[in-house]
Structures are given as C-alpha cells and as structure tokens.
Design a binder for this molecule. Structure first.
Ligand SMILES: NC(=O)c1ccc[n+]([C@@H]2O[C@H](COP(=O)([O-])OP(=O)(O)OC[C@H]3O[C@@H](n4cnc5c(N)ncnc54)[C@H](O)[C@@H]3O)[C@@H](O)[C@H]2O)c1
Length: 328
C-alpha cells in the first residue's frame, strides 16, 4: 500500500509501539522524525534500530525544511509528535502550542507546498480529551460530539484538529484523524498514571492520587490503539475522524488498587493529593464508526493487558531507572 512512511514522534510511547507493529506486519520503510524531548527515548526502539527498513532523523515537526526533505520520499505521514502531559501543560502551555499547533500547521503547509508530489495521506493522532468531560450518565463521545477541551493540553490538541479540518475543507489536504482514549502498555514515560503508580509501588513509595480518585478514564492497550491507527490509515475515508477506545471505563482509584494488588503491595501506599486544576471527571468513547467502517475493535482484555504491562515494568527496571535518573 505504501513504500515509505514518515512517523513523527516515533521515539515516544505510542509511536515506538506503532513502528514496531509496522516493522513486523508490513513491508514499508519507516522514517522516524523525533525531537527527542524528555519523552522521546531511543531506547524504546533498540530492538529494531538496525533494521534496514528503519531510519531515525533527529528534528522537530515545526522545521519546514526537514519536513519538506522527508515528505519528498514518503507517501504517508503518521503524526504522533506532541507534548502530551496535562500537568506540564497546566504549568506551561507554550511548548504545547509550539508542537501541537504550530507543528501540525507546518506539516499541513509543507504538504500543501508539495502540490501533486504530496503524500497520499496524513494520519493525525488525536485524543478523547478534545471532547471535554462527561457526567456520570452521559452517553460516550461520538465523532460528532462538539469539541470542548478543558486543559491547555486538550485545547492544543483540539486546535490542531480544527487546523486539520480547515486544511481538509480549504485545500483538500488528504487527512484522517483518529481520537483515542487513555493508553497503557510498555515504554510509557513514567509520569503518566499507569507507569508512575507501578514504579512507585515497586519502590514502596507513595502513590499520589488526585482528589477523590473517582475520575473515570477509558483504558486501551497501546497495541490495540496502534492496530486502530493502522486500520484507519489503510481503510479510513479521507477527511474523516475515527474514535478509538477500549470500552473499558475505570476510576483512577480502581487502577491504583489493581496495580497494588498485582504487585502484592498494601493500599497504605495510596496518598490522596490536591486535585488537578480543571480535572475532567469522565471520558468514554463510542467506537461504533471504527468498528463498522474499519472492522477494528480492541482485542486485548483489560485484566490480561494490565497484568502483562505491570510485568513489563517489573522486568525492565533498567529502562525506567535510566529515565528517572535523567528526568527533566
Ligand atoms: N498516551 C495516551 O494515552 C494518548 C491517548 C490518546 C492520544 N494520544 C496522542 O498520541 C500521540 C503520542 O502520545 P504518546 O503518549 O506516545 O506521547 P509521548 O509523550 O510518549 O511521546 C511524544 C513524542 O513526540 C516527540 N516530540 C515532541 N515534540 C516534538 C516535536 N516538536 N517534533 C518532533 N517530535 C516531537 C517526543 O520526543 C516524543 O518522542 C500524541 O499526539 C498524543 O496526544 C496519546
């Protein structure tokens, strides 16, 4: 289907898992363009870095010259590159606007500039957080739910979705957007709930839980998300948005207790801390469109997925210890 794809942000959590999936299941060449921010880590790709089909380029998506050079060779782009941590966006939104908005507009402009030589498709990886927060009895978000982001992170991602929408309508740029719920799995930077709690529990350190711990997220294994992105890339309709999710709503407290139970640690490690500013209460995704139109659905059962993930962090202590040592 494609000869060569550009993956941006491929040294991060989801991007590195996606590259591994493509190496295994497709014969496409891959260029991974990554800025190597605190969240980008080439250790995430050690097992495939010598593969002749894989090439790494160090650079930023806001750099038009780099993007121009690469897209002259690639026939698809999958954009994972982003600033992704809500807490960091609350402290300083600026890097989020730079990468998540200006970076996305740079990719759009560069595709536009390439004219007929442009890529066949730009798949942009977005998030359920663009939809805002649900009440306990609200139906899950659909692709048609109006965007109502509440954190600077979510607002920067929603802005990107609007810029992409405008690029489709105004210039006919071939874009597909996927919006996914909370991912868990190997290689996730240990500032996010699942790896942070797992690593703290392993070290008998306190597990900081925001507010009353009753905020609900929909959880999906990163491999299911990556398969969903691939399905959208190959079968999605240009100009469309596809929700992806695990159909697995859990409170943060449930997740933390599950991690403690799996690691045989006591619940005394749970420490309630002041709630995150503007903390969204609940996310849930309606994934009927992806199921019906892409034939995709999440396959990894949550209990097994989380058990395997906890074991991965147990078995890869050197990986996370190195990250914690160099933490920025
Ligand atoms: N993690 C989740 O649960 C989740 C859920 C839904 C959607 N998403 C989206 O998926 C994408 C990937 O998320 P993740 O969890 O893997 O993030 P991550 O923070 O682990 O990785 C982001 C990667 O992007 C790179 N990057 C940052 N700024 C860059 C720039 N300007 N130019 C080039 N590279 C840059 C980083 O170095 C890093 O390798 C993001 O767009 C995020 O919004 C994530």
């Amino acid at each position: 289907m494609f000869k060569k794809i550009l993956v941006t942000g491929g040294a991060g959590f989801i991007g590195s898992n996606f590259i591994r999936l493509i190496i295994k299941e497709r014969n496409w060449d891959i260029i991974n363009l990554d800025a190597l921010t605190y969240a980008g880590n080439l250790d995430n790709l050690r097992d495939i870095e010598d593969n002749p089909r894989y090439q790494f380029v160090h650079g930023r998506i806001e750099d038009r010259d780099i993007i121009r050079d690469i897209i002259s060779e690639a026939d698809a782009i999958v954009n994972f590159a982003a600033e992704t941590h809500v807490d960091r966006s609350i402290k300083d939104a600026y890097p989020f606007i730079t990468t998540n908005c200006i970076g996305v507009q740079t990719i759009i402009d560069t595709i536009r500039e390439a004219g007929d030589a442009r890529v066949k498709v730009l798949l942009h990886v977005s998030t359920d957080e663009v939809y805002g927060s649900l009440g306990p009895d609200d139906p899950p978000f659909k692709e048609t739910t109006p965007l109502a982001p509440n954190s600077p992170y979510a607002a920067s991602k929603a802005s990107a979705d609007f810029l992409l929408r405008a690029a489709i309508k105004t210039y006919g740029i071939p874009i597909i957007i996927t919006r996914c719920s909370n991912n868990y799995g190997p290689y996730q930077y240990p500032e996010k709930l699942m790896p942070l709690m797992t690593i703290n529990a392993m070290q008998d350190m306190p597990l900081p839980v925001y507010g009353d711990g009753m905020n609900i997220r929909d959880w999906i294994h990163v491999d299911d998300h990556c398969r969903g992105i691939l399905a959208a890339l190959e079968k999605g309709k240009i100009g469309d948005v596809y929700n992806l999710g695990g159909e697995c709503e859990k409170t943060n407290l449930e997740i933390v207790k599950l991690i403690l139970g799996t690691l045989n640690k006591g619940e005394g490690l749970i420490t309630f801390v002041a709630d995150r500013l503007g903390h969204d209460r609940r996310y849930a995704m309606n994934i009927d469109k992806a199921r019906n139109e892409l034939g995709w659905f999440p396959k990894i059962e949550f209990e097994q997925g989380i058990y395997d993930t906890i074991n991965w962090y147990r078995e890869n202590v050197d990986w996370w210890k190195k990250l914690l040592k160099n933490a920025k």
